[in-house]
Design a protein around this ligand. Structure first.
Ligand SMILES: Nc1ncnc2c1ncn2[C@@H]1O[C@H](COP(=O)(O)OP(=O)(O)OP(=O)(O)O)[C@@H](O)[C@H]1O
Ligand SMILES: [Mg+2]
Length: 256
C-alpha cells in the first residue's frame, strides 16, 4: 500500500497540495477540451518516471503515436525515464475489448470473467482489471492514468456505469494504486444530462480543475485549482497555469 505523496512536479503546485497527491487515491483531472488535461497527466507520469517511478498511461482517446508526438513536442519524452512510463493504447478500445469479451464468452458459461455477473459493463471493467493486474505483475507500477473516463464510458454500457465505476475505483484503492482520471467537462454551463453524469466528482478522492479564463475580451489565461483532495490541507485558489517550454508552473492568479 502506498502512503507517500506523488509529486505533480508542477512548479509551485505541490506546495499548494501539501507536498503532492496522496497515495491510494483516485484523482480527477477535469476540464473542457484543450485545457491540457492529457498533457498534465502525462507530464506527471514522465516526471515521476525520471524520478524512478514506474507508471501506466491508459489511453482511450488519442492513439499512442499521436500522444507521443504531442508529448514530444512539449518536451515531456524524458529519455532517462522513458522505459518506466508504459502506454496501454485502447484508443480502439471498443473493438479490442469487444473482441476480447467475445473470446471470453466463447470460453463457456462458467468462464471466470463471464460468470462475474454477466452484465456487459462488468465485463469491460473485469477485462480492464485483469489487464492492469497482468501488466502490474510484469512492470510493478503504482501510478496509473486513465485518459479518459469519457472514453471508458463509451466502451461501457452507460446503464449502471456509476456502480461499476464505484467498484473499479474501490478495486484500484485496494490494489494500492494512485490513479489520475482525465475527465472532460462540458463547456456548457447547464448540462442537459443532469447531475447523474457527474457521479465521478463524489466517488473520487480529489479533483484538479483546469480551465481557460478570459482576462479581457481578447486574452485567455490557463488556470489550475485543486477543488478537493481528501486527507490534504490544500489551497482551493485558482492559479495561473503556464507551460514554460519544458514543464508546467503556477503563479498566483490576479483577480480580473
Ligand atoms: N508544443 C506545444 N507547446 C505549447 N502548447 C501546446 C503544444 N502542444 C499542444 N499545446 C497546447 O495543448 C493543447 C492540447 O493539450 P491536451 O491535448 O493536453 O488537452 P486536453 O485537455 O487533453 O484536450 P482534449 O479535450 O482534446 O483531450 C493544445 O490545444 C495547445 O493549446
Ligand atoms: Mg486529452
Amino acid at each position: 500500500m502506498v502512503t507517500g505523496r506523488t509529486k505533480t512536479f508542477v512548479d509551485g503546485f505541490d506546495e499548494a497540495l501539501s507536498g503532492g497527491i496522496p497515495g491510494n487515491k483516485i484523482v480527477l483531472i477535469k476540464g473542457s477540451t484543450g485545457t491540457m488535461k492529457s498533457s498534465l497527466a502525462y507530464y506527471i507520469l514522465s516526471k515521476n518516471a525520471s524520478a524512478g517511478k514506474n507508471s501506466l498511461y491508459i489511453t482511450f482517446e488519442q492513439d499512442r503515436k499521436s500522444l507521443e508526438q504531442q508529448m514530444s513536442s512539449l518536451g515531456f519524452m524524458d529519455t532517462k525515464g522513458e522505459n518506466l512510463l508504459h502506454i496501454f493504447d485502447l484508443s480502439k478500445g471498443k473493438e479490442r475489448l469487444e473482441e476480447l469479451s467475445e473470446k471470453i464468452r466463447k470460453m463457456g458459461e462458467d468462464g471466470s470473467v463471464a460468470s462475474q455477473g454477466g452484465k456487459r459493463q462488468d465485463l469491460v471493467i473485469s477485462l480492464l482489471r485483469r489487464k492492469i493486474d497482468e501488466m502490474r505483475d510484469r512492470m510493478g507500477f503504482e501510478l496509473v492514468v486513465i485518459d479518459s473516463l469519457d472514453g471508458l464510458h463509451l466502451v461501457m454500457n452507460p446503464e449502471n456505469a456509476r456502480v461499476s465505476m464505484f467498484e473499479f475505483f474501490e478495486w484500484m484503492r485496494r490494489a494500492g494504486l494512485t490513479c489520475l482520471v482525465v475527465c472532460e467537462e462540458s463547456l456548457e454551463s447547464s448540462d442537459p444530462k443532469g447531475p447523474e453524469i457527474h457521479y465521478e466528482d463524489f466517488l473520487a478522492d480529489g479533483i484538479i480543475e483546469l480551465r481557460m479564463e478570459p482576462i479581457n475580451n481578447i486574452d485567455i489565461q490557463r488556470r489550475i485549482r485543486c477543488v478537493k483532495m481528501r486527507g490534504t490541507n490544500h489551497s482551493t485558489d485558482y492559479y495561473s497555469f503556464f507551460y514554460d517550454g519544458s514543464g508546467f508552473e503556477i503563479a498566483k492568479a490576479i483577480s480580473t
